[in-house]
Design a protein around this ligand. Sequence first.
Ligand code: 13P
Length: 258
Amino acid sequence: MTRKSVVAGNWKMNLTLKEGVDLSTNLCQMLSKKPLKSIKKDMEVILFTPFIHLPEVVKIVKGVENVFAGAQNCYSKPSGAYTGEVSASMIRSTEATHVLIGHSERRSLFSEKDEFLAEKVSTALDNDLKVVFCCGENLNERENGNHFEVVNKQIYNGLFWLDEEQFHNIIIAYEPVWAIGTGKTASPEQAQEMHKYIRGLIEKKYGENVSDNISILYGGSCNSKNAEELFENNDVDGGLIGGASLKPAEFFKIIQSF
Ligand code: 13P
């Protein structure tokens, strides 16, 4: 196994169905002219769409090598009387392959706690979905120097109960909350420092073989201007892109930043 480079787009609660179909179609057209493997070996692109868009986007990305579709969330229970929720098996039934768990907007706006997120990770893996697990400190925590401790706890509680085989289906996204949607990006040094710390935690828990192979993405105001200086760091394996993933040409530039 080799460590994959990944550029993922998180559309959040944006785009009508038609706009989402148009965006994915445009992007896939660009990628059929310039395939991912011509940009970088072992590179993947994942589009995290709203649930509504998912079956259509799955069809669009299907013919394009190493481009995948995923959901931005799933519920922790397999099925039942949970009005308004969407299960991991429903997501998998669309042939989507990935799910985002623990995004800071879920943690802060919907009060999702570590234990609940761990349940979501479990049901996602049970249903053969790969998980992009988000972690990151807020501004207060960074200014008080608690950022390593916060990220350690999120990863420990959310993921470190998994066995080694399960852990192979995890990608980590480090997204400092103070950098999300603010236009304020972590410096390449800050990103590298935290990514190295996260890889070190994984090495201690699962060994070097696992820590060497896990992809750790940076998220937070990443765009075509700063992607290259972020991605060139040893422990930064790509990005989780919010706002800049909503414009196909801009997102395509980020993909080409390796
Ligand atoms: P922005 O790129 O808009 O800052 O969002 C980052 C993010 O939250 C991706 O999940």
